[in-house]
Design a protein around this ligand. Structure first.
Ligand code: MG
Length: 358
């Protein structure tokens, strides 16, 4: 882990960090305080060979199956969620899962992550430890390693506790072609579960609404679910996680990329009763609320049953459903057959509905 780079010596230092309760500007100096923070907190939690080498960048082995076959997927994301902890997750779990999931959406096997921390002076070390432990737990759950990182400290008032940037590297096996541009007329649209849980969990956790909903964020790494889907439905055309902007915005992106139209059946789209009633009360449409543990799968009709069955057998896909199909004509348009039998156009979300959600 750089910032600047620390060579780990001897056994891993136990948490907690001595001397300090809060982040101080000196923790970003690159000097002894930075070294202590990196060594005692980050390096001990994310303990692995590449990080322990203490070089300027991580030297990483290729996965055995990759040899010189296939392609790499590479992504980055910044996380600024408020509050840092919410029902079902926290900024650390979100950072790891968000990046793992973006790699998976190309059918990649996620391998390595980096983590860059922008820390606000005065942040409690105990909060930082909780976040780092959540990141490590999520990394173990997803089977990835956090192999490089960076820490910077900004003055009080210049950040909101902490921000995390993560980058991720994955391996796409040879012959696997999955992209938002590959939806074809006749394809079927599946969703892995109920919509809107993450956005509504974070929003209600802010406490400003005085609303007790019990809604939990769905934040989760999707790689094992997607591996199961691709095993059952190897000719899957599109995978995409409906994060910011929700299902409505994400499907509009796919419709535009693939130059096709998407027809949805409103009654088939899973939304939990708690999310539905919270959305009704607050004037939100759950089809535009963010998810962090759901995937849209678009695949040939011949593989739809197998793909859906694979999702339903997975713990993260139990309420998976077939929600629509791909048609020719009206390229770029998403249309919804409503419960009342009418049709409405589901447009891309205009502006920001829920800021600081991820
Ligand atoms: Mg995504």
């Amino acid at each position: 882990m750089t910032s600047e780079n620390v060579t780990m010596q001897g056994p891993v230092c136990p948490l907690p960090i001595s001397h300090y309760d809060h982040i101080m500007l000196g923790h970003g100096s690159g000097g002894k305080m930075t070294h202590d923070l990196v060594k005692r907190l980050f390096a001990s939690a994310f303990n692995n060979e590449a990080l322990a080498a203490g070089d300027d960048s991580a030297s990483l082995p290729l996965p055995a199956a990759a040899q010189l076959e296939g392609r790499l997927s590479f992504t980055t994301d910044s996380h600024i969620v408020s509050p840092l902890f919410f029902p079902g997750g926290d900024i650390g779990r979100l950072a790891v899962c968000g990046t793992v999931n973006d790699l998976c959406m190309l059918g990649a096997e996620p391998l390595y992550l980096t983590a860059g921390f922008i820390l606000e002076e005065g942040l409690s070390i105990e909060i930082l430890q909780r976040v780092v432990r959540a990141m490590q737990a999520a990394a173990i759950e997803a089977g990835v390693q956090i192999v490089a990182g960076d820490t910077k400290v900004v003055e009080k008032g210049k950040a909101d506790g902490l921000f995390i940037n993560t980058a991720g590297l994955g391996w796409i096996p040879a012959g696997r072609h999955i992209s938002g541009s590959l939806a074809r007329p006749g394809d079927v649209v599946l969703i892995s579960g109920s919509l809107g849980d993450h956005g509504m969990a974070v929003l209600t956790a802010r406490g400003e609404l005085g609303l007790e909903t019990g809604i939990q964020s769905d934040v989760a790494p999707l790689n094992s679910l997607i591996a199961a889907v691709l095993k059952a439905a190897p000719n899957t055309h599109v995978l995409r996680d409906p994060t910011r902007g929700g299902l409505g915005t994400t499907l509009n992106e796919i419709a535009a990329q693939s130059k096709i139209s998407i027809w949805l059946d409103e009654t088939a789209i899973p939304v939990s009763p708690a999310v539905r009633s919270a959305c009704e009360m607050l004037g939100f449409d759950p089809l535009y609320v963010a998810n962090e543990g759901k995937v849209i799968v678009i695949l040939p009709a011949a593989e739809a049953q197998a793909g859906l069955a694979a999702m339903k057998q997975h713990p993260l896909g139990q309420s998976a459903a077939k929600i629509g199909e791909i048609k020719e004509g009206s390229a770029g348009r998403v249309q919804l057959r409503t419960a009342f039998g009418s049709t409405r156009i589901l447009d891309m979300l205009a502006g920001e509905m829920l800021p600081r959600i991820c």
